[in-house]
Design a protein around this ligand. Structure first.
Ligand SMILES: Nc1nc2c(ncn2[C@@H]2O[C@H](COP(=O)(O)OP(=O)(O)OP(=O)(O)O)[C@@H](O)[C@H]2O)c(=O)[nH]1
Ligand SMILES: [Mg+2]
Length: 199
């Protein structure tokens, strides 16, 4: 997924408010954690070695509820993780109902830097945030208990995935669908259930 953004003003302003049946899904996290790779998995179930995102990639996909077969249109807003893009990215993230806060299991600094991203997504509904620990196929520098502590601190359910191998991507899609369906109103108790369902 490397969508261009030459004429996307209508998307920039506020996808979710203008089109209530479309969910704006924001992907944030430090540079190189695998946001674009994750978006590619969601959009077309592929994995290709991606290069740094310059500012923003936008793409679309449909996710299906396995239980009742209902389908949800999703626009992914995949933000470049480099600091230099931050000043203009905030306006692109307005109206996001679901946000994947992404870390790289093989890079401890990505966990430390998460606080910066939590501040950045201040306007995203708290109940629509999912902590995604990517690159589960690599040797981890971050333990489960460290992720769980961050998950608890910021009240986000967490899930380990690999964009490369596809591990747990189906489960992540289920979580996203659930977040969309519940209009991000799921409670802290429910987020605990989501977390334990990972195991
Ligand atoms: N082993 C492994 N590598 C991954 C995985 N996901 C992404 N990568 C690699 O990690 C590097 C960075 O991935 P990207 O998806 O470009 O990361 P990003 O978060 O979009 O980076 P920015 O756009 O710079 O913010 C690329 O070389 C990917 O191929 C994964 O699950 N496992
Ligand atoms: Mg990227």
């Amino acid at each position: 997924m490397q969508s261009g953004c030459n004429s996307c003003d209508h998307l920039v302003s506020n996808v979710s408010e203008k089109s209530p049946n479309i969910t704006k899904l924001l992907l944030v996290g430090s540079g190189g954690v695998g946001k674009t790779s994750l978006a590619s998995r969601l959009v077309d179930s592929t994995y290709t070695e991606s290069t740094m995102t310059v500012g923003l990639d936008i793409s679309t996909c449909e996710l299906e509820d396995e239980i009742d077969g209902s389908r949800f249109k999703v626009v992914t807003f995949d933000l470049g993780g480099q600091d230099r893009f931050r000043s203009f990215q905030e306006e692109f993230s307005v109206g996001s109902k679901v946000c994947l806060v992404t870390i790289d299991l093989a890079r401890y600094s990505s966990l430390v830097e998460i606080e910066e991203w939590i501040n950045f997504i201040d306007h995203v509904p708290k109940k629509g945030r999912i902590l995604v620990a990517n690159k589960s196929d690599l040797d981890a520098e971050i333990s489960d208990s460290e992720i769980a502590e961050i998950s608890k601190r910021y009240n986000m359910p967490w899930l380990k995935v690999s964009s490369k191998t596809g591990e747990n991507i189906d489960e992540l899609e289920r979580w996203i669908v659930q977040a969309i369906k519940s209009k991000n109103e799921y409670s802290h108790d429910k987020s605990k259930i989501l977390t334990s369902s990972r195991d």
